[in-house]
Design a protein around this ligand. Structure first.
Ligand code: DC
Length: 226
């Protein structure tokens, strides 16, 4: 039986960085499910679709084959055979991913792929609805959060040296808007599962956050080996 760890939480809480490091240390595969929603959004934008109109997104789904490949332990996202891992990280794709992720047909479309990866591997999977919808029987559920300002600070530091970097105020405004949209949508809203452990990283350094999470996962792993 594979071990499944679910990490959910809002944008910029450090889920991906923390989960990636913990997975590398513990020999798990790290699965970033946000990348799947981003890959759908990216395809729709490239095809000229209006991502705010569910029908135009739904119409394109049969043309999209998203795939996660793990190359040297690192997740790459492919759409129809092309590696789009870098192209899906722009602010435009972030906003579009939030929009397409509210469409039930898109969530259904990506559900089986996420389940299959979890069935076949020891994974740390991060997203918004992993503990509540995708892996309700996960061995451990963590809800990772931090204040909007702390999250905007971290995201800004990642983006500030890139071409066309947004200002800190834009990053904060985007985070607040995405939090609102992700938690108030009708389907699979961002919410802590009843049996998830809350971990607030506002005052923790990255190293402290990683250590906390690794400690939690090790207990589960050791329990499973007994
Ligand atoms: O984690 P991220 O910023 O890469 O996610 C992009 C968008 O996808 C985000 O606005 C919420 C959505 N998402 C989701 O609805 N469910 C998931 N399991 C993962 C991401």
């Amino acid at each position: 039986m594979s071990i499944n760890i679910a990490i959910d939480g809002p944008a910029g809480a450090g889920k991906s960085t923390i989960a990636r490091k913990a997975a590398a240390e513990l020999g798990f595969i790290y699965v970033d499910t946000g990348a799947l929603y981003r890959s759908v959004a990216y395809y729709c934008i490239s095809a000229g679709a209006d991502v705010s109109a569910p029908e135009s997104v739904e119409k394109l789904l049969p043309e999209i084959t998203p795939e996660l490949r793990f190359i040297d332990g690192v997740q790459h996202v492919f759409v129809n055979g092309s590696d789009v891992s870098d192209k899906i990280r722009t602010p435009e794709v972030s906003m579009a991913a939030s929009k397409v992720s509210a469409i039930p047909a898109v969530r259904a479309f990506l559900f089986d792929l996420q389940k299959k990866i979890a069935r076949e591997n020891d994974i740390i999977m991060d997203g918004r609805d992993i503990g509540t919808v995708v892996l309700p029987d996960a061995d451990l559920k963590i809800f990772l959060t931090a204040s909007p300002e702390a999250r905007a600070d971290r995201r800004y530091m990642e983006l500030k040296d890139k071409p066309d970097a947004p200002t800190y105020e834009q990053v904060l405004a985007d985070i607040i808007k995405r939090d609102h949209d992700d938690s108030t949508r009708a389907i699979a809203p961002l919410k802590q599962a009843d049996d998830a452990v809350l971990c607030d990283t506002t005052k923790l350094s990255l190293e402290e956050s990683v250590e906390t999470i690794i400690g939690m996962i090790k207990k589960v792993k050791d329990g499973n080996n007994r």
